[in-house]
Write a protein that binds this ligand. Structure first.
Ligand code: CU
Length: 77
C-alpha cells in the first residue's frame, strides 16, 4: 500500500535548494518517490505508510534547513 501527500515547503530559492530537499526526502526510509516543486513551493511524496511517517519527512525537510508546512493527502496517482 502506498500513500501520497503534498507537503508545502518554504525557504527554497533555487535548484540547489531543490536538490537538498530531494536528497533529504529520498533518505527517509519508506519514501518511494518524491518530486520537489520549486515554483509551487511544495513536494509531492509517495511513501509506504507502514514504513515512513509524515513527521519523519517533515523532520528531514527541517534538518535540511527548510520549513515544512502541513501535509495534505492526495488521491492515489
Ligand atoms: Cu537554493
Amino acid at each position: 500500500m502506498k500513500q501520497t501527500i503534498e507537503l508545502p515547503i518554504s525557504g527554497m530559492t533555487c535548484g540547489a535548494c531543490v536538490r537538498h530537499v530531494d536528497a533529504a526526502l529520498r533518505a527517509v526510509p519508506g519514501v518511494v518517490s518524491q518530486t520537489v516543486d520549486l515554483a509551487g513551493r511544495r513536494a509531492v511524496i509517495t511513501f509506504d505508510p507502514s514504513a515512513a511517517a509524515v513527521h519523519a519527512m517533515r523532520g528531514a525537510v527541517r534538518d535540511a534547513g527548510f520549513e515544512p508546512g502541513e501535509a495534505r493527502d492526495l488521491p492515489p496517482a
